[in-house]
Ligand binder design. Structure first.
Ligand SMILES: Nc1ncnc2c1ncn2[C@@H]1O[C@H](COP(=O)(O)OP(=O)(O)OP(=O)(O)O)[C@@H](O)[C@H]1O
Ligand SMILES: [Mg+2]
Length: 335
Protein backbone atom coordinates (compact mmCIF):
# COMPACT_ATOMS: atom_id res chain seq x y z
CA UNK A 1 0.00 0.00 0.00
CA UNK A 2 1.34 3.40 -0.91
CA UNK A 3 1.79 5.99 1.80
CA UNK A 4 -0.62 8.80 1.38
CA UNK A 5 0.57 11.94 3.10
CA UNK A 6 -1.07 15.34 3.03
CA UNK A 7 0.84 16.29 -0.07
CA UNK A 8 0.47 13.02 -1.91
CA UNK A 9 -1.50 13.69 -5.09
CA UNK A 10 -3.02 10.22 -4.91
CA UNK A 11 -6.77 10.24 -4.41
CA UNK A 12 -7.79 9.50 -0.83
CA UNK A 13 -11.24 8.49 0.33
CA UNK A 14 -11.69 11.85 2.05
CA UNK A 15 -10.87 13.71 -1.21
CA UNK A 16 -13.61 12.13 -3.27
CA UNK A 17 -16.39 14.51 -2.34
CA UNK A 18 -14.08 17.52 -2.64
CA UNK A 19 -12.81 16.40 -6.06
CA UNK A 20 -16.37 16.10 -7.28
CA UNK A 21 -17.52 19.38 -5.83
CA UNK A 22 -14.63 21.31 -7.33
CA UNK A 23 -14.50 19.63 -10.72
CA UNK A 24 -14.73 22.21 -13.50
CA UNK A 25 -18.02 22.02 -15.39
CA UNK A 26 -16.80 23.10 -18.81
CA UNK A 27 -13.61 23.07 -20.88
CA UNK A 28 -13.52 26.86 -20.50
CA UNK A 29 -13.34 26.45 -16.70
CA UNK A 30 -10.58 23.89 -16.96
CA UNK A 31 -7.45 25.88 -16.12
CA UNK A 32 -4.25 25.48 -18.18
CA UNK A 33 -3.27 22.56 -20.47
CA UNK A 34 -4.10 24.96 -23.30
CA UNK A 35 -2.50 22.92 -26.00
CA UNK A 36 -4.51 19.83 -25.09
CA UNK A 37 -7.74 21.80 -24.84
CA UNK A 38 -7.17 23.35 -28.26
CA UNK A 39 -6.43 19.95 -29.82
CA UNK A 40 -9.50 18.40 -28.28
CA UNK A 41 -11.71 21.22 -29.49
CA UNK A 42 -10.41 20.74 -33.03
CA UNK A 43 -10.94 16.97 -32.89
CA UNK A 44 -14.51 17.39 -31.64
CA UNK A 45 -15.31 20.13 -34.13
CA UNK A 46 -14.01 18.06 -37.03
CA UNK A 47 -16.09 15.05 -35.96
CA UNK A 48 -19.19 17.25 -35.74
CA UNK A 49 -18.56 18.53 -39.27
CA UNK A 50 -18.29 14.95 -40.51
CA UNK A 51 -21.46 14.16 -38.59
CA UNK A 52 -19.48 11.44 -36.88
CA UNK A 53 -20.96 10.54 -33.46
CA UNK A 54 -17.55 9.51 -32.11
CA UNK A 55 -14.03 10.90 -32.20
CA UNK A 56 -10.68 9.15 -32.36
CA UNK A 57 -9.72 7.25 -29.21
CA UNK A 58 -7.83 9.42 -26.72
CA UNK A 59 -5.16 8.54 -24.19
CA UNK A 60 -4.36 10.91 -21.31
CA UNK A 61 -1.29 10.35 -19.22
CA UNK A 62 0.31 12.23 -16.38
CA UNK A 63 0.67 12.24 -12.61
CA UNK A 64 -2.17 11.81 -10.14
CA UNK A 65 -4.39 14.80 -9.59
CA UNK A 66 -3.37 16.63 -12.77
CA UNK A 67 -6.85 16.46 -14.28
CA UNK A 68 -7.15 13.34 -16.48
CA UNK A 69 -10.54 12.22 -15.17
CA UNK A 70 -11.85 15.78 -15.20
CA UNK A 71 -10.76 16.24 -18.80
CA UNK A 72 -12.42 12.99 -19.88
CA UNK A 73 -15.75 14.10 -18.42
CA UNK A 74 -15.41 17.47 -20.11
CA UNK A 75 -14.80 15.79 -23.48
CA UNK A 76 -18.06 13.87 -23.01
CA UNK A 77 -19.85 17.07 -22.09
CA UNK A 78 -18.48 18.94 -25.10
CA UNK A 79 -19.55 16.06 -27.36
CA UNK A 80 -22.92 15.76 -25.68
CA UNK A 81 -22.20 12.07 -25.21
CA UNK A 82 -22.91 9.59 -22.51
CA UNK A 83 -19.87 8.39 -20.56
CA UNK A 84 -19.29 5.03 -18.90
CA UNK A 85 -16.42 4.83 -16.46
CA UNK A 86 -14.61 1.70 -15.49
CA UNK A 87 -11.42 1.22 -13.49
CA UNK A 88 -8.70 -0.82 -15.22
CA UNK A 89 -8.12 -3.15 -12.23
CA UNK A 90 -11.79 -4.15 -12.24
CA UNK A 91 -11.52 -5.53 -15.79
CA UNK A 92 -10.23 -8.98 -14.93
CA UNK A 93 -11.63 -11.20 -17.69
CA UNK A 94 -12.31 -10.50 -21.34
CA UNK A 95 -15.99 -11.22 -20.59
CA UNK A 96 -16.09 -8.19 -18.23
CA UNK A 97 -15.01 -5.95 -21.06
CA UNK A 98 -17.26 -7.61 -23.64
CA UNK A 99 -20.29 -7.01 -21.42
CA UNK A 100 -19.52 -3.31 -21.16
CA UNK A 101 -18.78 -2.91 -24.85
CA UNK A 102 -22.06 -4.49 -25.89
CA UNK A 103 -24.01 -2.23 -23.55
CA UNK A 104 -22.68 1.00 -25.07
CA UNK A 105 -24.79 3.23 -27.26
CA UNK A 106 -23.69 4.86 -30.51
CA UNK A 107 -21.46 7.85 -29.72
CA UNK A 108 -20.89 6.93 -26.07
CA UNK A 109 -17.55 7.37 -24.39
CA UNK A 110 -15.98 4.50 -22.54
CA UNK A 111 -13.55 5.87 -19.99
CA UNK A 112 -11.05 3.33 -18.71
CA UNK A 113 -9.17 4.77 -15.75
CA UNK A 114 -5.78 3.30 -14.80
CA UNK A 115 -5.86 1.48 -18.12
CA UNK A 116 -2.35 0.11 -17.48
CA UNK A 117 -3.88 -2.10 -14.78
CA UNK A 118 -6.41 -3.76 -17.06
CA UNK A 119 -5.75 -7.50 -17.39
CA UNK A 120 -3.63 -8.04 -20.49
CA UNK A 121 -5.90 -10.90 -21.64
CA UNK A 122 -8.49 -8.20 -22.42
CA UNK A 123 -6.29 -6.63 -25.04
CA UNK A 124 -7.39 -9.16 -27.67
CA UNK A 125 -10.96 -8.03 -27.16
CA UNK A 126 -10.18 -4.36 -27.15
CA UNK A 127 -8.12 -4.19 -30.36
CA UNK A 128 -10.90 -5.15 -32.84
CA UNK A 129 -13.35 -3.11 -30.77
CA UNK A 130 -11.19 -0.01 -31.10
CA UNK A 131 -10.29 -0.54 -34.74
CA UNK A 132 -13.42 -1.92 -36.35
CA UNK A 133 -16.06 -1.73 -33.63
CA UNK A 134 -16.34 -5.50 -33.60
CA UNK A 135 -16.21 -8.06 -30.84
CA UNK A 136 -14.55 -11.39 -31.50
CA UNK A 137 -15.76 -13.65 -28.76
CA UNK A 138 -14.71 -17.21 -28.10
CA UNK A 139 -17.55 -19.17 -26.55
CA UNK A 140 -16.87 -22.44 -24.80
CA UNK A 141 -13.57 -24.26 -24.39
CA UNK A 142 -11.49 -26.88 -26.23
CA UNK A 143 -12.86 -28.62 -29.34
CA UNK A 144 -16.34 -27.28 -28.65
CA UNK A 145 -15.19 -23.66 -28.73
CA UNK A 146 -16.94 -21.37 -31.20
CA UNK A 147 -16.03 -17.89 -32.24
CA UNK A 148 -18.62 -15.21 -32.56
CA UNK A 149 -18.23 -11.94 -34.38
CA UNK A 150 -20.47 -9.14 -33.16
CA UNK A 151 -20.82 -5.59 -34.34
CA UNK A 152 -20.83 -3.02 -31.55
CA UNK A 153 -21.90 0.64 -31.60
CA UNK A 154 -19.33 3.21 -32.65
CA UNK A 155 -17.88 4.50 -29.42
CA UNK A 156 -14.90 6.55 -28.25
CA UNK A 157 -12.42 5.04 -25.85
CA UNK A 158 -10.66 7.39 -23.47
CA UNK A 159 -7.86 5.81 -21.48
CA UNK A 160 -6.12 7.44 -18.53
CA UNK A 161 -2.87 6.34 -16.97
CA UNK A 162 -0.21 7.57 -14.60
CA UNK A 163 2.25 5.01 -16.00
CA UNK A 164 2.42 5.19 -19.77
CA UNK A 165 5.42 2.86 -19.91
CA UNK A 166 3.31 0.03 -18.47
CA UNK A 167 0.95 0.11 -21.45
CA UNK A 168 1.78 -2.38 -24.21
CA UNK A 169 2.84 -0.69 -27.41
CA UNK A 170 0.11 -2.35 -29.54
CA UNK A 171 -2.47 -0.86 -27.19
CA UNK A 172 -0.79 2.53 -27.15
CA UNK A 173 -0.64 2.66 -30.92
CA UNK A 174 -4.39 2.16 -31.25
CA UNK A 175 -5.17 5.53 -29.72
CA UNK A 176 -5.64 8.25 -32.32
CA UNK A 177 -4.21 10.91 -30.03
CA UNK A 178 -2.12 10.74 -26.86
CA UNK A 179 -1.81 13.71 -24.55
CA UNK A 180 0.57 14.26 -21.66
CA UNK A 181 -0.75 16.44 -18.86
CA UNK A 182 2.01 18.64 -17.52
CA UNK A 183 2.24 20.00 -14.05
CA UNK A 184 0.74 23.47 -13.71
CA UNK A 185 2.38 26.87 -13.40
CA UNK A 186 2.13 28.81 -10.14
CA UNK A 187 -0.25 31.26 -11.82
CA UNK A 188 -2.55 28.44 -12.93
CA UNK A 189 -2.57 26.90 -9.47
CA UNK A 190 -3.49 30.30 -8.04
CA UNK A 191 -6.37 30.53 -10.51
CA UNK A 192 -7.59 27.07 -9.51
CA UNK A 193 -7.47 27.99 -5.80
CA UNK A 194 -9.39 31.19 -6.52
CA UNK A 195 -12.12 29.31 -8.39
CA UNK A 196 -12.29 26.63 -5.71
CA UNK A 197 -12.55 29.21 -2.93
CA UNK A 198 -15.53 30.71 -4.74
CA UNK A 199 -17.21 27.31 -5.00
CA UNK A 200 -16.53 26.57 -1.33
CA UNK A 201 -17.71 30.09 -0.43
CA UNK A 202 -14.44 30.84 1.31
CA UNK A 203 -13.34 34.47 1.55
CA UNK A 204 -9.64 34.54 0.83
CA UNK A 205 -7.21 37.30 -0.12
CA UNK A 206 -4.51 37.25 -2.80
CA UNK A 207 -1.63 36.70 -0.40
CA UNK A 208 -3.30 33.70 1.20
CA UNK A 209 -3.95 32.24 -2.26
CA UNK A 210 -0.28 32.52 -3.12
CA UNK A 211 0.78 31.04 0.25
CA UNK A 212 -1.28 27.95 -0.52
CA UNK A 213 -0.19 27.83 -4.17
CA UNK A 214 3.52 27.79 -3.20
CA UNK A 215 2.94 24.61 -1.26
CA UNK A 216 0.66 22.81 -3.71
CA UNK A 217 3.47 21.12 -5.65
CA UNK A 218 2.02 22.45 -8.92
CA UNK A 219 -0.86 19.98 -8.56
CA UNK A 220 -4.59 20.93 -8.60
CA UNK A 221 -5.71 18.13 -6.29
CA UNK A 222 -3.14 19.10 -3.65
CA UNK A 223 -4.08 22.77 -4.07
CA UNK A 224 -7.75 22.01 -3.41
CA UNK A 225 -6.96 19.75 -0.48
CA UNK A 226 -4.73 22.37 1.15
CA UNK A 227 -7.36 25.05 0.62
CA UNK A 228 -9.93 22.91 2.37
CA UNK A 229 -7.58 22.09 5.26
CA UNK A 230 -6.68 25.74 5.70
CA UNK A 231 -10.35 26.73 5.62
CA UNK A 232 -11.23 24.11 8.24
CA UNK A 233 -8.37 25.19 10.47
CA UNK A 234 -9.27 28.84 10.20
CA UNK A 235 -12.96 28.18 10.87
CA UNK A 236 -12.04 26.49 14.14
CA UNK A 237 -9.83 29.46 14.98
CA UNK A 238 -12.67 31.93 14.54
CA UNK A 239 -13.27 32.28 10.79
CA UNK A 240 -13.25 35.51 8.79
CA UNK A 241 -11.37 36.26 5.57
CA UNK A 242 -8.41 33.97 5.01
CA UNK A 243 -5.29 36.08 5.15
CA UNK A 244 -1.64 35.13 4.66
CA UNK A 245 -1.10 34.94 8.44
CA UNK A 246 -4.03 32.60 8.94
CA UNK A 247 -3.08 30.44 5.95
CA UNK A 248 0.54 30.14 7.04
CA UNK A 249 -0.41 29.31 10.60
CA UNK A 250 -2.62 26.49 9.32
CA UNK A 251 -0.02 25.24 6.86
CA UNK A 252 2.73 25.13 9.44
CA UNK A 253 0.38 23.31 11.78
CA UNK A 254 -0.01 20.76 8.97
CA UNK A 255 3.81 20.52 8.87
CA UNK A 256 4.06 21.66 5.25
CA UNK A 257 6.94 24.01 4.67
CA UNK A 258 7.27 27.01 2.35
CA UNK A 259 8.02 24.99 -0.75
CA UNK A 260 5.46 22.26 -0.10
CA UNK A 261 7.74 19.68 1.51
CA UNK A 262 6.52 17.59 4.40
CA UNK A 263 8.30 15.26 6.79
CA UNK A 264 8.53 12.35 4.33
CA UNK A 265 10.36 14.47 1.76
CA UNK A 266 12.71 15.82 4.40
CA UNK A 267 13.45 12.30 5.56
CA UNK A 268 14.49 11.23 2.05
CA UNK A 269 16.73 14.29 1.72
CA UNK A 270 18.21 13.71 5.17
CA UNK A 271 18.96 10.05 4.45
CA UNK A 272 20.65 10.94 1.19
CA UNK A 273 22.81 13.57 2.84
CA UNK A 274 23.60 12.07 6.22
CA UNK A 275 23.74 8.34 5.54
CA UNK A 276 25.11 8.31 2.00
CA UNK A 277 27.20 11.42 2.00
CA UNK A 278 24.95 13.06 -0.58
CA UNK A 279 25.06 10.12 -3.01
CA UNK A 280 25.13 8.78 -5.62
CA UNK A 281 23.09 6.00 -4.13
CA UNK A 282 20.61 3.47 -5.50
CA UNK A 283 16.88 3.53 -4.91
CA UNK A 284 16.91 0.29 -2.95
CA UNK A 285 19.40 1.63 -0.42
CA UNK A 286 17.39 4.83 0.05
CA UNK A 287 14.25 2.75 0.59
CA UNK A 288 15.95 0.55 3.16
CA UNK A 289 17.52 3.43 5.04
CA UNK A 290 14.36 5.53 5.09
CA UNK A 291 11.85 2.75 5.69
CA UNK A 292 9.79 3.94 2.70
CA UNK A 293 8.70 1.71 -0.15
CA UNK A 294 10.57 2.09 -3.42
CA UNK A 295 7.33 2.77 -5.28
CA UNK A 296 6.39 5.57 -2.87
CA UNK A 297 9.79 7.16 -3.33
CA UNK A 298 9.58 6.98 -7.11
CA UNK A 299 5.98 8.08 -7.46
CA UNK A 300 5.53 10.57 -4.66
CA UNK A 301 8.71 11.99 -3.17
CA UNK A 302 11.20 11.96 -6.01
CA UNK A 303 9.27 13.69 -8.81
CA UNK A 304 8.74 16.82 -6.75
CA UNK A 305 12.18 16.81 -5.11
CA UNK A 306 13.63 16.68 -8.62
CA UNK A 307 11.24 19.29 -9.96
CA UNK A 308 12.35 21.80 -7.35
CA UNK A 309 15.98 20.86 -7.92
CA UNK A 310 16.84 19.40 -4.51
CA UNK A 311 17.92 16.01 -5.85
CA UNK A 312 19.12 14.70 -9.18
CA UNK A 313 19.06 11.30 -10.82
CA UNK A 314 22.35 10.22 -12.36
CA UNK A 315 23.31 6.93 -14.06
CA UNK A 316 25.01 5.91 -10.80
CA UNK A 317 22.08 6.78 -8.56
CA UNK A 318 20.44 9.66 -6.76
CA UNK A 319 22.44 12.63 -5.54
CA UNK A 320 21.55 15.62 -3.44
CA UNK A 321 22.17 18.96 -5.18
CA UNK A 322 23.81 22.06 -3.71
CA UNK A 323 20.32 23.53 -3.42
CA UNK A 324 19.24 20.41 -1.53
CA UNK A 325 22.17 20.76 0.88
CA UNK A 326 21.44 24.39 1.60
CA UNK A 327 17.77 23.56 2.11
CA UNK A 328 18.75 21.01 4.76
CA UNK A 329 21.15 23.43 6.44
CA UNK A 330 18.42 26.05 6.70
CA UNK A 331 16.02 23.41 8.03
CA UNK A 332 18.49 22.54 10.75
CA UNK A 333 18.79 26.12 11.84
CA UNK A 334 21.93 27.06 9.89
CA UNK A 335 22.10 29.75 7.24
N1 LIG B 1 -7.15 21.98 -15.11
C1 LIG B 1 -7.88 22.01 -13.99
N2 LIG B 1 -8.58 23.11 -13.66
C2 LIG B 1 -9.28 23.17 -12.50
N3 LIG B 1 -9.34 22.15 -11.62
C3 LIG B 1 -8.67 21.03 -11.89
C4 LIG B 1 -7.92 20.89 -13.08
N4 LIG B 1 -7.36 19.67 -13.10
C5 LIG B 1 -7.74 19.06 -11.97
N5 LIG B 1 -8.52 19.87 -11.23
C6 LIG B 1 -9.07 19.57 -9.89
O1 LIG B 1 -8.28 18.55 -9.32
C7 LIG B 1 -9.08 17.42 -9.01
C8 LIG B 1 -8.33 16.17 -9.43
O2 LIG B 1 -8.35 16.02 -10.83
P1 LIG B 1 -8.63 14.60 -11.53
O3 LIG B 1 -9.44 13.72 -10.68
O4 LIG B 1 -9.14 14.88 -12.89
O5 LIG B 1 -7.12 14.06 -11.63
P2 LIG B 1 -6.59 12.71 -12.29
O6 LIG B 1 -5.49 13.12 -13.21
O7 LIG B 1 -7.72 11.96 -12.86
O8 LIG B 1 -5.95 11.95 -11.02
P3 LIG B 1 -5.79 10.37 -10.77
O9 LIG B 1 -4.59 9.93 -11.58
O10 LIG B 1 -5.52 10.27 -9.31
O11 LIG B 1 -7.06 9.70 -11.18
C9 LIG B 1 -10.40 17.64 -9.77
O12 LIG B 1 -11.47 17.19 -9.06
C10 LIG B 1 -10.50 19.12 -9.93
O13 LIG B 1 -11.17 19.67 -8.86
MG1 LIG C 1 -8.51 10.14 -12.34
Amino acid sequence: MKKKGKISPILKEEDKALDLALRPQSLEDYVGQNNIKKNIEIIIEAAKKRKDPSIEHLLFYGGSGLGKTTLSYLVAKKMNSGIRTIAGPSIKKSGDLAAILTSLKEGDILFIDEIHRMNSSCEEIIYPAMEEFRLNLVIGKGPMARTMDLKIPKFTLIGATTRLALLSSPLRSRFGATFRLDSYTMGEIEEIIKKSAKLLEVKINKQAISSIACRARFNPRIANRLLKRVRDFSQVEGGGTLTREKAEKALSFLDIDKIGLESGDRKILGVLYNKFDGGPVGLQSIALASGEEEETIVEIYEPYLMQVGLIKRTPRGRVITEKGKSYLKKENGGT
